[in-house]
Write a protein that binds this ligand. Structure first.
Ligand SMILES: NC(=O)c1ccc[n+]([C@@H]2O[C@H](COP(=O)([O-])OP(=O)(O)OC[C@H]3O[C@@H](n4cnc5c(N)ncnc54)[C@H](O)[C@@H]3O)[C@@H](O)[C@H]2O)c1
Ligand SMILES: O=C(O)[C@H](O)CO
Length: 323
């Protein structure tokens, strides 16, 4: 292992928090942001041994040109920006951040669910249009409101975030069903019911995604899945763009195939102006700018763990390692 590590943080401004410097000898270079096309050059110029990236992609072709690179510390849970197989092949260690978003992301998920079930966007638009003011009654109807209590939440993925979402759902009186990659040993103790993908899809009142994006999960929800959901169902995606076919979702929302959707993530971020969901101005679709993770508290936990990850790797006892 090299004596002096050269660390390059490619997108420092993607996290608003105080980052302590690692305790081992190192040179530290940081860029507020790095375009994908510039990443390899920046790492090569610095002869980086450790790259830190939140969302700057590092693909096989980049890695092949970085003989000094020994570790990629991803400043996020999702590692879909990194070619894990290529890292394995080249002996580059990849770490990620775990369990940091267990309050912020589930709270955001419920902000979306509640706003949609209680039609907040539609009623706000009505008030702005003067409908309440002109009404001859004390309250305004027009958009049906449904309680969460007694309804079914379906979770695709039951890791740190799925579990935390389940606990909040139970407090609302929802029945929780889960489908995940491998059997869940503690399902009964958690008060959740494990079901197959088909049952989850067809019987959820709210379907919420909490699984990684990879070759197996890309476009997991497309037109043929959307059509099998309840017409009254909501689809929530705070996991990754690419899990849901965006064009199919836009069509489904326009034609009433499902009742609504709340999304925090898009296939391309930041989105191009012509993104099909960006331009969907419907009261039953809410889009947030990949901010579910971004409470101040969660970001501080994230960067503290980020530095723990590089320090433990340098100490020879790495944690949170994926490749
Ligand atoms: N929007 C945000 O701000 C934000 C913040 C943090 C994480 N995320 C995303 O949320 C995802 C989940 O985070 P987490 O901390 O719960 O991860 P985790 O690793 O703890 O849990 C992932 C779960 O997905 C399941 N899974 C994997 N592949 C599956 C498949 N093919 N079918 C069904 N289930 C599958 C796993 O079994 C596990 O239960 C991350 O991968 C990340 O992409 C988004
Ligand atoms: O995966 C994550 O942790 C979020 O997308 C924030 O980067």
């Amino acid at each position: 292992m090299t004596d002096m590590h050269r660390i390059v943080f490619l997108d420092r401004d993607s996290v608003i928090a105080n980052i302590r410097k690692p305790s081992f000898a190192h040179e530290w270079t940081e860029y507020p942001a790095t375009a994908a096309a510039d990443a390899m050059q920046r790492l090569r110029d610095a002869r980086a041994t450790i790259a830190i990236t939140n969302k700057v992609p590092l693909r096989a072709a980049d890695l092949a040109q970085l003989p000094d690179l020994k570790m990629i510390a991803v400043a996020a849970t999702g590692t879909d920006i990194v070619d894990l197989a290529a890292c394995r092949e080249r002996g580059i260690v990849v770490s990620n951040i775990r369990n940091y978003a267990v309050h912020t992301l589930p709270e955001h998920t419920f902000a979306l669910i509640l706003a949609l079930r209680r039609q907040l966007v539609a009623y706000r638009a009505d008030i702005e249009a003067g409908l309440w003011q002109k009404s001859d009654r004390f309250c305004l109807f027009g958009h049906p409101i449904s309680d969460l209590a007694g309804s079914r939440l379906g979770l695709l993925g039951y890791g740190a975030l799925g579990k935390s979402v389940a606990r909040i759902a139970q407090a609302f009186g929802m029945e929780v069903m889960v489908h995940t990659r491998s059997p869940i040993p503690d399902a009964a103790a958690d008060g959740v019911r494990e079901v197959g993908f088909d049952e989850l899809l067809e019987t959820s009142d709210v379907l919420s995604l909490h699984l990684p994006l990879n070759d197996k999960t890309r476009n997991l929800i497309s037109a043929k899945e959307l059509i099998r959901m309840k017409r009254s169902a909501l689809l929530i995606n705070t996991a990754r763009g690419g899990l849901v076919d965006e064009t199919a979702l836009a069509d489904a929302l326009r034609s009433g195939v499902i009742a609504g959707a709340g999304f925090d993530v898009l296939v391309k971020e930041p989105p191009p102006e012509d993104n099909v969901l960006l331009n969907l101005r419907l009261p039953n679709f809410i889009l947030t700018p990949h901010s579910a993770w971004a409470s101040s508290q969660a970001m501080q936990v994230l960067v503290d763990q980020l530095i723990d990850n590089v320090e433990t790797w340098v100490d020879g006892a790495p944690r949170n390692v994926l490749a």
